[in-house]
Design a protein around this ligand. Structure first.
Ligand SMILES: Cc1cc2nc3c(=O)[nH]c(=O)nc-3n(C[C@H](O)[C@H](O)[C@H](O)COP(=O)(O)OP(=O)(O)OC[C@H]3O[C@@H](n4cnc5c(N)ncnc54)[C@H](O)[C@@H]3O)c2cc1C
Length: 529
């Protein structure tokens, strides 16, 4: 029987990213996806700044950025009667904007899932520790105290291969069968709201003109639909809301008629080439548990979102970023299996908050349409909707809480709006801040993180830190020192040493006046076996 360290079920955004993370951490694994190829009908479009920081680690951020629709399109969401009709409202979307920020080496990308999945797939297959198999499904998953068993079905030949894995990472999506197999049902908010998603090619520039937007909401006879630029040129997606699933999928003729209605012109004026039509419906919620025994749920298998706000895959990226290094450390004998419990402890509150926000956002976007139709308070509706696309605080400043991270007693820096505003700061449980390390601004402090624990030495007792770190290195624990030579004018200016986890999260930090010795601090915050 084939044995592997980890079986990854699902090869979409989060499965492929899990594979890249496991490869980079030296974990041998098999990834299977039952589809013959990566996605041909994109769902997710917005990849936030934190996700791009993660992809930077694999050197594929440039390819992903190249698929984006650019700065101009992503500055705001718009509401108009139809593409050719009257303007209703525009709301800034700072967190969608494909523009640099001084606190990150990365920019968010609004692009198309099919392009990004293809980039992830190509990179994942090239890694030495990965066996990436498409058109292969994982069936009959069971587990015992020592590992997991499953059968991998080659869907072309129909042949099954029994497999044994020490752990399973299930990235098998919102309808995850793994979730049911391990008895972790989705605690779902039930919506009876169905949509049809139409992907098409057309030159709409005559009607959009300079009324560009990452999302362009329009009023239609079905309700409020939304136009979504896929490449900032001629590839578009439009969503038809309130569809009755009993009717089956839209026909090509119906889809064409809807596109024409939503542009607001005569059919003869519009040339449209429809690529695909897909149904989907609102589902939002979290599973009761993110794991059972040796099986871990990631991405939509663990938490499902309404797409409003673009948080679904981004939360999946951060979740598997949290999990994969822990799996590697346990498999490689550096840490006890209890380290894996901190995945749910740390990630659940973040996911929970975002699921709630995604539901709220859907109402806020709809309220602008309502205000237009009923003559309501448009200025208030626009103001309320700011949270939809302006949330740097939410994605950059969340704080993990577990025994792995120091709890800071001082409050974080005061901001006007915690959801929207972000001030980088060194705090236990938060992302370690970015600072450029070279005058050409090519190497970031974030590039230090990935596999080892890192002690960033900023000032103070270098010899003491070196001795403490050497002690753990001699015991084969993956830890090293990096020297922060130009900490002045960075968020590290007051720090003596900052202990950073492999996922770039601050475990602990000291100032020169701190009474704790380096050895004490490492003893407390390293997840030692
Ligand atoms: C219209 C829409 C717009 C969205 N926009 C955004 C956005 O802008 N930003 C954002 O972050 N998120 C967005 N999302 C959410 C995003 O698409 C999902 O969060 C993301 O695709 C989840 O990725 P995943 O890898 O967890 O699961 P999925 O993409 O659902 O992939 C699951 C994979 O598992 C495979 N699989 C299932 N069972 C098996 C099995 N037994 N064996 C082998 N393979 C199996 C499937 O074939 C599939 O490829 C949007 C969603 C929708 C519907």
């Amino acid at each position: 029987m084939r044995e592997t360290q980890v079986l990854v079920i699902g090869g979409s955004l989060i499965g492929l990213t899990s594979s890249l993370l496991l490869s980079s951490l030296g974990v041998e694994h098999i990834l299977v996806d039952r589809r013959p190829n990566t996605s041909d009908h994109p769902r997710a479009r917005l990849y936030d700044r934190r996700t791009l920081e993660l992809l930077r680690r694999f050197g594929i951020h440039g390819d992903v950025e190249a698929t984006g629709i650019g700065d101009l399109w992503t500055r705001q969401n718009r509401w108009i009667e139809s593409l050719a009709g009257n303007h209703i409202a525009a709301v800034p979307t700072e967190s969608f904007q494909m523009a640099p920020a001084d606190y990150s080496p990365s920019i968010p990308v609004m692009g198309a899932q099919d392009m990004i999945e293809a980039t992830l797939w190509k990179a994942a297959r090239e890694q030495p520790n990965a066996d990436v198999r498409f058109y292969t499904s994982a069936e009959d998953l069971t587990q015992d105290a020592d590992g997991c068993s499953a059968t991998l079905i080659d869907r072309e030949s129909g042949e099954g291969e029994p497999i044994r894995a020490q752990y399973v990472v299930a990235a098998d999506g919102v309808h995850s069968a793994t979730r049911d197999q391990i008895g972790c049902p989705l605690d779902e908010n039930s919506f009876d709201f169905h949509l049809q998603d139409i992907l098409f090619h057309a030159d709409l520039s005559r009607w959009t003109g300079d009324r560009v937007g990452g999302l362009i909401f329009i009023m239609t006879s079905y309700g409020m639909g939304v136009y979504q630029p896929m490449d900032g040129a001629t590839r578009w997606r439009v969503q038809l809301p309130g569809w009755d699933p009993e009717r089956g999928n839209l026909t090509l003729e119906e889809a064409h008629a809807y596109i024409v209605e939503a542009v607001g012109v005569d059919a003869s004026e519009l040339e449209v080439d429809i690529e695909s039509i897909r149904p989907w419906n609102f589902i939002a919620g979290l599973t009761e548990h993110f794991s059972n025994g040796r099986v871990f749920l990631v991405g939509d298998a663990a938490h499902a979102f309404i797409p409003t706000g673009g948080m679904g895959s981004n939360t999946g990226f951060s979740g598997t970023h949290n999990l994969c290094w822990k799996l590697a450390y346990v498999l490689q004998g550096h840490a006890p299996a209890s380290l894996l419990d901190t995945y749910e402890q740390e990630h659940r509150p973040i996911a929970q908050r975002r699921v709630r926000l995604s539901i709220e956002n859907s109402g806020l976007a709809g309220a602008i349409g309502q205000a237009h139709l009923t003559g309501g308070d448009m200025a208030q509706a626009e103001f309320n909707c700011h949270q939809y696309g302006s949330y740097e605080g939410m994605i950059m400043a969340y704080e993990y809480q577990s025994a792995l991270c120091q709890v800071d007693q001082e409050p974080p820096p005061l901001v006007e709006n915690e959801h929207r505003d972000f001030i980088p700061v060194v705090r236990g449980g938060r992302r370690a801040p970015h600072a450029w390390l070279d005058p050409h601004r090519t190497i970031s402090t974030l590039d230090w993180f990935g596999t080892d624990y890192v002690v960033m030495l900023c000032q103070g007792d270098h010899d003491g830190w070196q001795a403490a770190v050497d002690d753990y290195r001699n015991r084969n624990f993956p830890i090293r020192i990096e020297h922060m030579r130009h900490a002045t004018n960075t968020p590290y200016a007051d720090s003596e040493a900052v202990l950073v986890r492999p996922d770039g999260v601050v475990a602990a930090h000291t100032r020169p006046s701190d009474p704790r010795t380096p050895a004490e601090l490492l003893e407390q915050y390293l997840p030692l076996n």
